[in-house]
Structures are given as C-alpha cells and as structure tokens.
Ligand binder design. Structure first.
Ligand code: GRF
Length: 193
C-alpha cells in the first residue's frame, strides 16, 4: 500500500517506518512524507532516505483547519496514498479529514490508551503512581486518541523516573512497535478489500 507519513518534528518514528519499509516484502511503500512545519527535522531524514517530502504549513491557512486539510489532502491524493501514518503530527484533525481517510489513518501515542489521551502523557503516568507505561498504535477517529488500538508495548515505570527518563524508555519501544502495527493495519485493509 502507498504510505504517507505525516510529521511535525524530529521524525524518529517516521525513520523507523522508513527503515522497516526498505524490506521489499514490507506491506507499505513510503511515497510521501508530509510536514505541517517547514523546519521539521524529519524532512531532511526523509530526503536522505530518498522519499519525497512536502510541506503544507498550517500557518498559511489562519484558523481555517479544513482549508489546511484540503491542501494536505490534495497532496495525498496526487501521490496515490492508500494509508496514512501520523508520526508526531501535532495538529488535531477535523472530522472532515478523519472521515475521508477513515480506516486508512493510524497514529502512535506515547501512553497505554485509553489512559492519558492528549499531551504530557509521561508526567501524567508518573503522577498517577502507575507501575507501567507504554505506547499505542491506534486507528484515528474524530475523537483525539480515541480510536481502536491496533497494538501496544509496555515498559515499567521505575523509582525516580522523570518525564524525560520515561520518554527515553518508551521511545525505542515506539520504534519497534510502529512498523509492526502498521503492517497489521495494512493486512486489515487488504482483508477488507
Ligand atoms: C512520539 O513520542 C510519538 O509517540 C508522539 O510524538 C512523538 C514524536 O516523536 N505522538 P518523533 O517525531 O517520531 O521522533
């Protein structure tokens, strides 16, 4: 399936997906990395991996979220995209976009969903006294971080953990989880067809 990866920042999860997709047997083929920020570090990584990049800067659209999304959608359609992986993409998507790409849109989130939707997940897990934390790959629906979970990975929360140390423990798990979960999502899409 033709894959687009949407990023806003450093793109380490994007990189993990691009590396997995070097295997010709991998079910997704990255054809476009799209960023809403012109300065996203991941854009250079994608170029170095030989993947086309595009920037659709949300600031060019003021408060009009749907106009921003229509501009992204045009790039995605032009590239023949069949599945979209959000990887540190920091804009909330409107129901218009989510419904248009429904069943073909997945995200990675650094918590054990349904716990800690939204931001600041690591600190919230520590503050709650949880014994473990982790990350989830899920289908995207109109509610932020609400869609069905495809796959999760767990890590312990250790005494003395800060948001930074916990995030550093979870991130490598994200990098192995996302390629696996994306492959599962592709299998589900193909089984539907
Ligand atoms: C990751 O922790 C991801 O789970 C969250 O945002 C972060 C993005 O990091 N949604 P990167 O850009 O993939 O390095």
């Amino acid at each position: 399936l033709n894959l687009a990866i949407l990023i806003s920042g450093r793109g380490s999860n994007m990189k993990a997906l691009l590396e997995a997709a070097r295997d010709p047997a991998y079910p997704a083929k990255p054809v476009l990395v799209l960023s809403n920020r012109p300065d996203a570090g991941g854009l250079e990584t994608a170029t170095a991996e030989g993947v086309a990049t595009a920037v659709v800067d949300h600031k060019d659209f003021g408060k009009d979220r749907v106009a921003f999304e229509r501009a992204m959608d045009a790039r995605l359609e032009a590239a023949g995209i069949e599945i979209i992986a959000l990887a540190g993409f920091m804009r909330v998507l409107t129901p218009w976009f989510v419904e248009k790409w429904s069943g073909r849109l997945i995200n990675i989130h650094p918590s054990l969903l349904p716990k800690y939707k939204g931001l600041d997940t690591h600190q919230r897990a520590i503050d709650a006294g949880d014994a473990e934390a982790g990350c989830s790959v899920h289908w995207v629906t109109a509610g932020v971080d609400e869609g069905a979970v495809i796959q999760q990975a767990h890590v312990p929360i250790l005494p003395g953990d800060t948001a930074q140390t916990l995030a550093a423990r979870i991130l490598p798990e994200e990098h192995s989880l996302y390629p696996e979960a994306l492959a599962r999502a592709c299998a589900e899409i193909k089984a539907r067809a």
